[in-house]
Design a protein around this ligand. Sequence first.
Ligand code: FAD
Length: 463
Amino acid sequence: MAGKILEYDVIVIGAGIAGCAVAAAFSRQGRRVLLIERSLREPDRIVGELLQPGGVNALRDLGLADCLEGIDATPIEGYHLYWQDDEASFWFCDIDGRKPEGRSFHHGKFVSKLRDAVCSIPGVSLVEGTVTELLRDEVSSRVLGVVAVCSTGDDQMEMFYAPLTVLADGSNSNFRSQFTSSKPKAQSRFWGLEIADARLPIPRYAHSVLGRGPPILMYPISTYTTRILVDIPDPIFRDLGNSSAVRAYLQERVAPVVPNVMRPQLRLAIKSGRLRSMPNAWMPSTRNTTLGLIMVGDASNMRHPITGSGMTVALKDAVLLASLLNPADIPHLNDSDAVLRAMRRFHWKRKTHSASLNILAQALYLLFVSEDKNLAIMQRGFVRYVQDGEKRFAEPAWIMGGLTSNPFGLFYHFLSIAVYSIRLHLRQSSTLFGWILALGQSAGVLVSALGIIWGPLVDELRR
Ligand SMILES: Cc1cc2nc3c(=O)[nH]c(=O)nc-3n(C[C@H](O)[C@H](O)[C@H](O)COP(=O)(O)OP(=O)(O)OC[C@H]3O[C@@H](n4cnc5c(N)ncnc54)[C@H](O)[C@@H]3O)c2cc1C
């Protein structure tokens, strides 16, 4: 094998959201960081376009807030929901006297800004290259560094060494399976299009269409461009068979249910726009126990993107990780015991921000994709709960925005919505027989509600 031997404090594999954030956090602490990215071209993907307000705050904590400037990002103040023939809005209420705002943008432009910002921090070396192998100690299995094919003209293979390697190579991680038995599970894909020259009905709001067919998400990614993502379950896609059938499906099932103002431009986009898809996966995190290695971002933990929280989790993880591995507490990252102790704390401490976002994403998705009659009662209750105003939605909106860290608050509100739905349902019955029937259905609502939140909750708690 040709090449030099180079040494750093930390090697980060992948300069996506998580990799850039971790590289920035460690280098600001004076660590020498090597960030290796397989392509430094601007990414062109349909992921990571809406950053929750909590993610904006984390970006500020990392000293990277400027990355939201100059990319035509739109402030996001809330969400507007269409559900069957009803609708409701919720927004991020003031918290600590400040109005929280998210941002939506073109993913590639944001990532390019992050890479430029990270490159300018002293102590960071950003290299274009593909990591092909992790170097491991034969006896202890400790990760010692990486082998990478670098794009330096002659595609030279190089070895890089560091006491700590951070795996941030995303959802399709090539190396994850060496360290965890967790595998991403996807039951559906988001199919995405860009709609040109269409303004959403409420500026600065993301819009969701639910209960009118497949779940649909829309938000601006620039002043004149709106992203639409449509969740199509895998069995339906298998029946459709190819992307022209998906276009026909979108014309038939999606165009008629979006707001009128969007329809003509959406029909055009479905006809001739670039149609792309990404799997929507769920993967609970597992504790890092390998010496010399940490996994972050989608390589370690994923949730359904319906709530747009993956980047927020990754940025908050970077802030926490750097604080736990602070040089004041751990001057040398080859102090394996200290790093492993910090990783144990990281695994449980991160749940204060990640668990509620992970569980919320899965539970909301399962609630609105379900065809269970009991859950239809809860879907209606959810919309009415939101219509009841800030006293109901303020805290759940903060949870969704990554602004509060209270997993039990989420459980409380989920059950409150179930009870609220039951009360609404019982009130609709005017006869004794109808009331007895509604009571039976109400028990079903509670069981179904617990059924959808239980799985993700247990996944979060047991690892
Ligand atoms: C359809 C969809 C929509 C989404 N929408 C949102 C949203 O609106 N808001 C939100 O917050 N989250 C969203 N997410 C989730 C979000 O995109 C991810 O959580 C986030 O991008 C994870 O960042 P990451 O750095 O872990 O991975 P990535 O962003 O995928 O970065 C991984 C990087 O590693 C590089 N890499 C991979 N292998 C190697 C290798 N061997 N050597 C060198 N480099 C390598 C890749 O080139 C890439 O640059 C969405 C996800 C999906 C699927």
